[in-house]
Design a protein around this ligand. Structure first.
Ligand code: PEP
Ligand code: MN
Length: 334
């Protein structure tokens, strides 16, 4: 529910209203514009007497919002959220490229790839250590050792690191991880999301394999309800009837989410297409659609990659993609 306060109402009177609403077990998000103050009421608003609120002298209007996501809703947080990942900003006009291998395989591999993608303009390094694989017989990642190698690459290059968490029990191992990724398969692992609401680290929340944008935003809401508001959404393709591509990249999610939420929206063209040569056009299209960043898989030797080699770019190919993406961003500047 949103309450718009009349222009020129003294702050003390707004404070009184906020205090009163809070006694009704509601959390109140206050957004102060130049002329208008808007109160976003989060909690069980079914108990709120809407007529009573509407008739208060200081209240201009009250609207019940139909969207069940409140904290993520742009309606009462009109400004873009800028997520700061250890100094790298994403959202609100700040664009960042996350690049690196699907999984960390060895010290040489992760450090070589880190240096190369950094030289091409990536500002965040990715690498899976806990890998969610469809088959239990496939490479499952180097787990804690993989995280150690990722940290080593961070020490070498100064790049903040991004890696996936699959189990909240692993959180102590993630202390030096700068951006914690929730993968598509865990987008609705509500216990994990609740735990991530209690930490104070940014979260990269990927879209579930077959989830709607509303369900995705509700997952962001789970994290935000715990007090962690540093969330980046990442579109990575959804399951459709199409089989030529690994998934179907839903680029309409970028403008739609920018309309619905203040959270930054990234795009992962690698998992979306599953095909090396499709990453470039899809990355360019994502930039043109206004994405706040990209996540791209890069491997120094894709043919021998232990995971997702078919969609991984060589460092040289990544360099070209990064250049083209910069050109697109330049071309669409208003
Ligand atoms: C990944 O980014 O390594 C990954 C497994 O992606 P997704 O969760 O989107 O499948
Ligand atoms: Mn992968």
């Amino acid at each position: 529910m949103i309450a718009v306060i009349k222009q020129g109402v003294p702050a003390a009177q707004v404070d009184n209203l906020v205090n009163w609403l809070e006694t009704q077990n509601l959390t109140v998000h206050r957004s102060e514009g130049v002329y208008t103050t808007i109160l976003g009421l989060v909690g069980d608003t079914t108990q709120v007497d809407i007529e009573l609120l509407q008739n208060l002298e200081i209240v201009e209007s009250v609207t019940r919002i139909s969207e069940p996501f409140k904290s993520a809703n742009r309606k009462f947080h009109p400004e873009d959220t800028v997520v700061d990942v250890s100094g790298v900003k994403i959202g609100g006009g700040h664009f960042a490229i996350v690049a690196g291998p699907c999984s960390v395989e060895s010290e040489e591999q992760i450090i070589a790839v880190a240096k190369q993608v950094q030289a091409s303009g990536a500002t965040l390094l990715r690498g899976g250590a806990f890998k969610p694989r469809t088959s239990p017989y496939d490479f499952q990642g180097l787990a804690a050792d993989g995280l150690k190698l990722l940290k080593e690459a961070k020490r070498e290059t100064g790049m903040p690191i991004v890696t996936e968490i699959m189990n909240a029990n692993h959180l102590p191992l993630f202390e030096d991880v700068d951006l914690v990724q929730v993968g598509a398969r865990n987008m609705q692992n509500f216990d994990l999301l609740k735990e991530l609401g209690h930490i104070r680290k940014p979260i990269l929340l990927k879209r579930g394999l077959a989830n709607t944008m509303k369900e995705w935003l509700m997952s962001a809401e789970y994290i935000m309800a715990g007090g962690n508001e540093q969330i980046i959404l990442c579109e990575r393709g959804i399951r459709t009837y199409e089989t030529y591509t690994r998934n179907t990249l839903d680029l309409s999610a970028v403008p739609m989410l920018h309309e619905l939420t203040h959270l930054p929206v990234m795009v992962d063209p690698s998992h979306a297409s599953g095909i090396n040569w499709m990453v470039k056009p899809m990355a360019m299209a994502a930039a043109a659609a206004g994405a706040d960043g990209l996540m791209i898989e890069v491997h120094n030797d894709p043919k021998r990659a232990l995971c997702d080699g078919a969609q991984s770019l060589t460092p040289e190919q990544f360099d070209d993609v990064a250049k083209r993406v910069r050109q697109i961003r330049e071309a669409i500047k208003e």
